[in-house]
Design a protein around this ligand. Structure first.
Ligand SMILES: Cc1ncc(COP(=O)(O)O)c(C=O)c1O
Length: 417
């Protein structure tokens, strides 16, 4: 089921008209489809069913509690990268034993918090982190279940180099050649319980080949680690599964599974997947209103009430998002425009040189595939309160984060007497 589409020429999310949502909640407005989130989780889980998958949804992509509650209800877990994400995941009812903790810079207090929650695994990214984890676990009288995140030195074809993380010249993971020795060391630490191996090569990858290359390398290492006496239980292949932004085919779970299952199954290991964008990206869009249309130096600017503070991806990663009119009118002439926001930066845009039906002031536009790294990367830059978020489930709609107010903007500030 497609979560968004036109009925009688008007854009709908599931059974609810976008215009109705805007009338109730205003713009800019993030709209998420519960059905799409459930469906995408179950497709992935189904494709990997033979490998007893732990689907650890990547909270960073969209950490709204309502989204996380859907994840929890689907029996999935969470991939977290901070104490704040752990807090969110637990609050939404995701049990500790379904949580994996990734990230290069976990603080001592974050490690302690996760140890107390009894999480499934720490994906350790440095020798220093391993020592800190061991000491804390001893102090707390527990053993930390862990994997090393190995850097497979695989170049992944991500649309922007900021989101490629599997090559040797990034800050991520343990150099492949050093992993075996560090595992040996970890195996001798009393606070450490070596359980798995982890890899994550980047984000928005549409080709299965780099995943295969990375997993192949890791599987070779698994044999060495077993020879060294480690009793491994899981193989975490990370996230990064690509979705369709431009109309190109997204990654199909069945194809992805066909490529990876034959590599993993002989190891007998359980698979952990950390999908973020795959689950939340196509399940969300951002509704904005056109404020003004102006022409300057031969260009047409469509100025909307959503800007880079609401959706950073076009500006930060030069990302492409389809822009859909709320009212689909096939007779409307097309123009080439820049769709820009109100922020005082030339980098504040949602789309550049985009051919689209001529937008009129006052009309609604939808930025497609904005459910991942949309609200979660939003800021209050230019003192703009952050947008509201709505979850649609069939014909029901629920406000799941109210629009921020001006008072919210200054709430944490401490005024000097
Ligand atoms: C360790 C790790 N796992 C999973 C993800 C999720 O990636 P995606 O949203 O592309 O699936 C990321 C994203 O950066 C990550 O760093």
């Amino acid at each position: 089921m497609e979560p968004f589409g036109y009925r009688d020429e008007r854009l709908h999310c599931e059974a609810v008209a976008a215009s109705k949502l805007v009338a109730a909640y205003g713009t800019p407005l993030y709209v998420y489809s519960a059905g799409a989130i459930r469906g995408r989780l179950s497709e992935l889980a189904g494709a990997f069913a033979t490998l007893d998958p732990l689907l650890a949804y990547s909270v960073k992509s969209n950490g709204n509690l309502a989204v996380l509650r859907l994840v929890a209800a689907a029996g999935a877990g969470a991939d977290i990268v901070s104490g704040g994400e752990l807090y969110r995941a637990r609050l939404a009812g995701i049990p500790g034993e379904r949580i994996v903790f990734s990230g290069v810079g976990k603080t001592v207090s974050e490690l302690a918090m996760a140890l107390r929650e009894g999480i499934y695994a720490f994906n350790v990214e440095s020798a220093g982190e391993l020592e800190a984890l061991n000491e804390l676990a001893i102090a707390l009288g527990v053993r930390a279940r862990m994997a090393l995140r190995v850097n497979p030195d695989v170049l992944s074809p991500t649309p922007h180099h900021y989101t490629a993380t599997g090559h040797s010249t990034t800050k991520f993971g343990i150099p492949f050649e050093e992993a075996r020795a560090l595992y040996r060391h970890a195996g001798g630490l009393p606070g450490i319980d070596v359980r798995g191996i982890d890899v994550h090569i980047g984000s928005q990858i549409l080709d299965v080949a780099p995943f295969q290359r990375a997993v192949q390398r890791v599987v070779e290492l698994v044999a060495d680690l077993r020879a060294d006496g480690h009793r491994l239980e899981f193989l975490d292949v990370g996230g990064g599964f690509g979705v369709s932004y431009t109309g190109e085919p997204g990654l199909v779970p069945r194809d992805f599974a066909d490529a990876l299952v034959p590599l993993v199954r002989p190891t007998g290991l359980r698979i952990v997947l950390e999908p973020g964008r795959y689950v939340s990206g196509p399940a969300g869009l951002l509704l904005a209103r056109v404020l003004y249309v102006k022409r300057m130096a031969g260009k047409t600017y469509v100025i909307t009430d959503a800007g880079m503070n609401d959706l950073l991806r076009p500006s930060h990663y030069a990302s492409y998002h389809r822009i859909l009119p709320e009212h689909h009118d096939p007779g409307r002439p097309e123009v080439v425009v820049d769709v820009v926001g109100p922020i005082c930066e030339s980098g504040d845009f949602l789309a550049l040189d985009r051919r689209m039906p001529h937008p009129e002031p006052g009309e609604l536009l939808a930025v497609d595939t904005a459910g991942a790294y949309g609200f979660s990367m939003a800021s209050t830059y230019n003192a703009r309160p952050r947008a509201a978020e709505v979850l649609v489930d069939g014909a029901q709609h629920h406000l799941v984060r109210r629009r921020e107010t001006y008072a919210d903007l200054v709430l944490p500030e401490v005024e000097l007497a």
